[in-house]
Design a protein around this ligand. Structure first.
Ligand code: 5GP
Length: 188
C-alpha cells in the first residue's frame, strides 16, 4: 500500500518508504487490548497513566475501547536522545497530578526498545506504593532489550528499526500520520 493513499494531500506521508502497520491493523489490535483490560479490571479501581507525547494516539484510542470507569493521568519525559537513553537517563518534565498510592495503575507506553526508559519510570512509580502496577505497550522491539520488563499487555512486536507515525515522531515530525511506517533515508 502506498503511504500517500492514507493521506493523499500530505507532504509528510511522502517521506515514508514503507508502512509497517495500517490504521485498520492498529485499530483492531487496540480494540482487543481495550476489551482485555476491561475484563481484567472489571469492578476494580483503575488509574490509566500515559507517558507523553508519543502515547497520545494510542492512549486516545485505547481509552475509547475501555468500557469500565477509569481515571486518567499523564507524565512527560524528555525527548528521545540515544546518548542519554544508553545511560538509562530519563528526565521527568511533567509529573502525575493524581496520587497513585494504593491505586491500581496501568502504565501506557508507546514503544519499548532497550527498556531503560520504562525501567526507570516503573521504579519511580513503584516507589509511590501503588496497589498494583501493570504495563501496556503498543510497540515492542524485543531485539535490543537490556532489562527484563513485565509487559502485561502488548500491541505489536516490531522490527529493530526506527518507526514514526501514530504518535511517534522524528524530531517532532510525523506524529500525525495515521499509520506506523519507516522513513526514507533522505527524511533523516
Ligand atoms: P528505550 O529506553 O526502551 O530504549 O526507548 C524508549 C523510548 O525511545 C521511547 O519512549 C521512544 O521515545 C524512543 N523510541 C524507541 N524506539 C523508537 C522508534 O522506533 N521511534 C520513535 N519515534 N521513538 C522511539
Amino acid at each position: 500500500m502506498n503511504p500517500s493513499d492514507f493521506f493523499p494531500y500530505s507532504e509528510i506521508a511522502k517521506d515514508v518508504r514503507e508502512i509497517l502497520l495500517t490504521p485498520e491493523q492498529i485499530q483492531r489490535r487496540v480494540a482487543e487490548l481495550g476489551q482485555q483490560i476491561s475484563t481484567d479490571y472489571v469492578a476494580q479501581d483503575l488509574l490509566v497513566v500515559g507517558v507523553l507525547k508519543g502515547v497520545l494516539m494510542f492512549m486516545a484510542d485505547l481509552l475509547r475501547q475501555i468500557t469500565i470507569p477509569v481515571a486518567v493521568d499523564f507524565i512527560a519525559v524528555s525527548s528521545y536522545s540515544p546518548e542519554a537513553r544508553d545511560k538509562g537517563f530519563v528526565r521527568l518534565v511533567k509529573d502525575l497530578e493524581i496520587p497513585i498510592t494504593g491505586r491500581n495503575v496501568l502504565f501506557i507506553e508507546d514503544v519499548v526498545d532497550t527498556g531503560l526508559t520504562l525501567n526507570y519510570l516503573l521504579r519511580n512509580l513503584r516507589a509511590r506504593n501503588p496497589a498494583s502496577l501493570e504495563v501496556c505497550v503498543m510497540f515492542d522491539k524485543p531485539v535490543r532489550r537490556l532489562v527484563e520488563l513485565p509487559l502485561r499487555y502488548k500491541g505489536f512486536d516490531i522490527p529493530d528499526q526506527f518507526v514514526v507515525g501514530y504518535g511517534l515522531d522524528y524530531r517532532e515530525k510525523y506524529r500525525n500520520l495515521p499509520f506506523v511506517g519507516l522513513l526514507k533515508a533522505e527524511a533523516f
